[in-house]
Design a binder for this molecule. Structure first.
Ligand code: S3P
Length: 451
């Protein structure tokens, strides 16, 4: 089996800041491929670890974040075997092995939060968790608090609010928990803990977030039910023995969004095949259509979707605050669409972006500024003034610092591809965090791109 690149997992992937240089120019019609969905890939591996028997997973993402999860489940006792087409994971039936070493989640907040919930009820197992420079700054109290209320023993820096963390397995008892911040990661951590807790665990969401955990858990035999009365969604979980399941991971909509926007703001249509477009992941399509984007979506026999985006005259809009969890990862690339739209686009209720891989309100605005696009902070978000030509002489050469945030680096590459001159992206080796092979897909659209 191919081992994950340890340099990346240990957060030393940018000692001298690898660069990507994109030349603006003609985009030709293209069909591009995206990796398997990152959120679903993490969960497939974590459920595979807990299950009894061998699960076969097709389409698993090879992104760095998911590679960190592969390494984590292997160190907890899962046996992995990979062929060209699928990964087989033989699980532990819930009896985890205590790893000899710290588990390093790299850049992955999803892994750190979900695995904290998965480990909390594993009595006899103590695990140390850490990650890269960004991960140790991301808020962890949001998972530590509900898990502690269930009886978990978790310690972390600064009064258990930041990684590194240590999780020592304890007997847990189910709780009823109302989500204060909408977060699929927090919900999923509590579900994973609830699968090995006494009694029922109920999680109440007033703002729905991506539902991959509750959709996938029953496929692995979990006793889990979802009640939705329109006003709130309640996930009920009971202690469950999980069993292996064969699973196909569809393509990642968050990766597809970069090429959908390229199709809209370039001169030629772009098609992305095999994309997951379930609820809470399709918000970017709705916003881009509201901006005037010509986007065709068709459902494939597999249940995934094919998306074609055609060059469009976009106009500014207001995004959020409703529905923000359904497009939170797509805000930087939606800001790129806003930069090419007529008028202003305002993003509201997006404060959570401050806690992502970078402070994405600040880094998105800085990225736009490198192209001469104006933006300003507003209460709970920011506003972008679009339609400004970015081919002024002073902007013929620009440099964008991704701040080691993959979504900022890729958003800059897309805006660079439709802007005159040369865009130099510093910290572009963050891109494989979610999208290994991104440059090759960009090149398929005719973009001149050099690493
Ligand atoms: C994710 C949930 C979201 C999202 C992240 C992936 C998941 O984070 O931004 O990229 O897989 O559950 P939050 O739960 O912090 O909103």
């Amino acid at each position: 089996m191919e081992l994950p690149d340890v340099r990346r997992i240990f957060g030393v992937k940018h000692p001298d800041g690898a660069e990507l240089v994109v030349h603006g120019g003609h985009i030709h019609a293209a069909s591009v491929n995206v990796p398997g969905d990152k959120s679903i890939s993490h969960r497939a591996l974590l459920f595979g670890l807990l299950a009894q028997g061998t699960s076969r997973i097709q389409g698993l993402s090879r992104a760095d974040d998911v590679n960190a999860t592969r390494a984590a489940v292997a160190s907890l006792g899962a046996k992995l075997d990979e062929s060209e087409y699928e990964l087989s994971i033989t699980g532990t039936g819930g009896s985890l092995t205590e790893p000899d070493h710290v588990i390093n989640v790299g850049n992955s907040g999803t892994l750190l939060r979900l695995i904290s919930g998965l480990l909390a009820p594993r009595v006899g197992v103590t695990v140390f968790l850490t990650g890269d420079a960004s991960i140790v700054r991301r808020p962890m109290a949001r998972v530590v608090e509900p898990l502690t209320a269930m009886g978990a023993y978790i310690l972390g820096r600064q009064e258990n609010r930041f990684a590194p963390l240590v999780v020592q397995g304890r007997e847990l008892t189910g709780i009823t928990y109302s989500m204060s911040t909408p977060s699929a990661q927090v919900k999923s951590a509590i579900i994973l803990a609830g699968l090995a807790a006494d009694g029922e665990t109920a999680i109440i969401e007033s703002t729905p977030t991506r539902a991959h955990t509750e959709e996938m858990a029953p496929l692995f035999g979990a006793r889990l039910q979802v009640e939705d009365d329109g006003a709130s969604r309640v996930v009920h979980v009971e202690r469950s023995d999980l069993s292996a399941c064969d699973f196909v991971v569809p393509g990642d909509p968050s990766a597809a969004a970069f090429f959908v926007v390229l199709g809209l703001i370039g001169e030629s249509p772009v098609t992305v095949d095999n994309v997951y477009l379930g609820a809470e992941r399709d918000g970017f399509v709705k916003v881009l259509r509201a901006m005037g984007g010509r986007i065709e979506v068709s459902r494939l026999p597999s249940g995934a979707h094919s998306i074609t985006a055609r060059p469009s005259e976009l106009t500014g809009t207001v995004v959020g605050p409703e529905g923000v969890p359904g497009l939170i990862d797509e805000v930087p690339i939606l800001a790129v669409a806003a930069a090419k739209a007529r008028g202003a686009t305002t993003f509201l209720g997006v404060e959570e972006l401050r806690h992502k891989e970078s402070d994405r309100i600040a880094t998105t605005m800085e990225m736009l500024a490198a192209f001469g696009v104006e933006s300003a902070e507003v209460e709970s978000g920011f506003r972008v003034w679009g339609g400004v030509p970015v081919d002024l002489a002073r902007h013929m050469q620009r440099s964008v610092d991704s701040h080691m945030d993959h979504r900022i680096a890729m958003s800059a590459a897309i805006l660079g591809a439709v802007s005159k001159g040369e865009t130099r992206i510093v910290g572009a080796d963050s891109v494989p965090t979610s999208f290994p092979g991104f440059s090759a897909q960009l090149a398929r659209c005719g973009v001149e791109v050099r690493a």
